[in-house]
Design a protein. Structure first.
Ligand SMILES: [Fe+2]
Ligand SMILES: [Fe+2]
Lengths: 517, 120
């Protein structure tokens, strides 16, 4: 007689061993090096992939269950937000411009992160690493989707959010976040992990997500706040992966240290440059501020990052390069960036404005050594001109940095009155940079960065017009046709917030929702 | 300069080589101490353009919004090319002035220090 055997329930550790590590095998029909062709060319030496630790020990079946629960909750909130006209509850319609920045510039990068982790997951010969990367890859596509779904609500009512995938590819300042990720996904798998897994997800991520998610909370945006919280538990896993990868690589071989250190230097700098957009958002675009950029940098980078690098010192890692410049610049970059987007407001896909008196006072208080001296006079001048009907729209295209692709808006370390110019010559041609960091990154791999798709140069080469446009025609005006190519409606998606359709509509709808008119 | 680590030969053309600009070359110019213009400007210009035409016909459209632009005493203006002192011959072309593709100029106007002396 058959005795029913009680199924033995597997413990977490056993389950992980069977369902992750147990899935690996050594290939015999093809050599392992041919199956994993990207594992060695970067010079990183791994002797034992089994030494890889995964503190979460999450298996795919548990992953699906867990994520499905979160999705259910999130979509219930998104639906409620839509049904209750949640968008009318935000502080002020200016706030929506931070979402435009996010949807156009960040959500597509989540998608790129999904692709990147799928690719490196395939490339690593270690199964523990592969599974961790697969999960992060799925997380990232989920982030991208939930963000798009949350913000699609706003797209029904406000301008500038109608074609974000196209805009990421085309709009000039979008080349900053886009080129960051293109740079990372075209690197080898180990560099990608240090770039995105460690430098971005571990060192800098709080500087991206805290401002946006707290910004949403402070400004009454339940929809955006919720996707932030839904992503948070994933972020904990991503941070662990980023830290694990760096420790694992450093423990495997002493030759890995100089390579990893150079990547940390490079990617902290690249990431920091991208965060210029966040700095500007925090100090200028949130009607109700969370904290200043400078304060955020001090808490999330100087304090938290400082502790991290102290911890990594035992592997021989030192803090990233150019931190002295970053420290000096924390008093400047948000103001420099807002000046830029304000004056090129005729060529962007969101609205800009000059801060009110009260907002300028807040900026003076947060930046006592720099705001009144360098930036208030500029802004007051522009505000006065705007009142006279002479609002500043800079119509001449700027010089861009070859590496970070940001216009050359940054100043000399130690001298905020002087634009910082750096250049290199490679194979007889000059290349220009915003900083020592961007120059050094170029100098290490000129063959890569000489391919940069710099929007200004591309416009001048005639590559940013729709088919049928004739730039040689009599009286040809480039701006309207370039905006056409971007998918930006002139005067509707861009220019000043004051007088915009967004401003008028929000006032009318909120009025209808809160009064009896 | 190091090479890009790659699995096969890694060789590409520069995206901004001269022949891509339809007969023009790029010239950059920034006006020192006038950060109202957030970054230096980039222009595609015919290499044969006289320096005078660049100053008299191109620059006003770019810098004219600044109230100090009209006050510039061009006889006292100082120039830097790639950070080195530069004495342009106003009647010679960009090329004959030694300005090749992607040359960068800095204009200095002593005495003009921007809006309320703030380098704006
Ligand atoms: Fe993400
Ligand atoms: Fe740069």
């Amino acid at each position: 007689m058959d005795m029913p055997v009680a199924k033995k329930k597997l413990g977490l550790k056993e389950r992980y061993a069977l369902m992750t590590r147990g899935l690996d095998w050594q290939t015999t029909y093809q050599p392992m090096d041919k199956v994993f062709p990207f594992a060695k060319y970067e010079g990183i030496k791994i002797h034992d992939w089994d030494k890889w630790e995964d503190p979460f020990r999450l298996t795919m079946d548990a992953y699906w269950k867990y994520q499905a629960e979160k999705e259910k909750k999130l979509y219930a909130i998104i639906d409620a937000f839509a049904q209750n006209n949640g968008h009318l509850g935000v502080t002020d319609a200016r706030y929506v411009n931070t979402l435009k920045l996010f949807l156009n510039g960040i959500s597509p990068l989540e998608y790129m992160a999904h692709r990147g982790f799928a690719h490196v997951g395939r490339a690593f010969p270690g199964v523990g690493t592969r599974v961790a990367c697969l999960m992060q890859s799925l997380d990232e596509i989920r982030h991208s989707q939930t963000q798009i779904h949350s913000m699609s609500n706003y797209n029904k009512y406000y301008n500038g959010m109608h074609s974000f995938p196209k805009m990421l590819q085309r709009v000039w300042y979008m080349s900053v976040p886009r080129s960051f990720f293109d740079d990372a996904v075209t690197a080898g798998p180990f560099e990608f992990m240090i770039a995105v897994g460690f430098s971005f997800e571990y060192v800098l991520t709080n500087l991206l997500f805290v401002p946006f998610v707290s910004g949403a909370a402070y400004n009454g945006d339940m929809g955006a706040m919720t996707f932030g919280f839904s992503a948070q538990s994933d972020e904990a896993r991503h941070m662990t992966l980023g830290l694990e990868v760096i420790k694992f690589v450093l423990e495997q071989d002493p030759d890995n240290l100089p390579i990893v250190q150079r990547w940390i230097d490079k990617w902290t700098w690249r990431g920091y440059r991208v965060l210029t957009l966040v700095a500007m958002m925090m100090d200028y675009m949130l009607p109700k501020r969370v904290m200043s950029w400078k304060e955020a940098w001090e808490v999330y980078f100087e304090q938290n990052g400082g502790a991290l690098f102290k911890d990594l010192a035992r592997y021989g890692i030192r803090p990233p390069k150019w931190l002295d410049q970053i420290e000096f610049d924390k008093d400047h970059i948000s103001h420099q960036a807002w000046s830029t987007l304000y004056q090129y407001g005729g060529a962007s896909n969101f609205h800009t404005w000059m801060p009110s008196d009260e907002e300028m006072d807040w900026l003076s208080a947060k930046y006592p050594n720099t705001f009144d001296k360098f930036y208030r006079p500029r802004f007051e001048h522009w505000r006065d001109e705007q009142k006279k009907g002479n609002r500043f729209y800079n119509m001449t295209l700027p010089m861009l940095c070859q590496t970070c692709q940001i216009p050359m808006i940054f100043t000399e370390p130690g001298d905020p009155t002087q634009t910082c110019y750096r250049e290199s010559t490679h194979k007889g041609m000059k290349y220009h940079f915003c900083s020592d960091g961007c120059k050094e990154i170029f100098d290490h791999e000129p063959e890569k960065y000489k391919q940069s798709w710099l929007p200004v140069h591309q416009i001048y080469q005639g590559n940013c017009f729709n088919p049928g446009v004739d730039p040689t025609a009599e009286g040809f005006k480039p701006l309207p046709v370039v905006l056409d190519y971007y998918g930006v409606g002139f005067g509707r998606d861009n220019l000043d917030f004051e007088g915009s359709e967004d401003q008028k509509n929000f006032a009318a709808w909120r009025g209808a929702a809160t009064t009896n008119v | 300069m190091a090479a890009v680590a790659a699995v096969k030969p890694y060789e590409f053309e520069a995206a901004d080589r001269l022949e891509n600009f339809h007969g023009n070359q790029l010239l950059y110019i920034g006006w020192d101490q006038h950060l109202m213009f957030c970054a230096p400007f980039c222009f595609p210009l015919p290499p044969a353009m006289p320096f005078r035409a660049f100053v008299e016909q191109v620059l006003p459209g770019a810098f004219g919004y600044h109230p100090e632009f009209k006050q510039i005493d061009w006889s006292k203006a100082e120039w830097l090319a790639s950070g080195q002192p530069f004495k342009p011959d106003w009647d010679k072309s960009l090329t004959d002035n030694g300005l090749a593709h992607k040359a960068v100029l800095r204009l200095r106007t002593p005495g003009l220090t921007g809006i309320k002396g703030s380098a704006t």
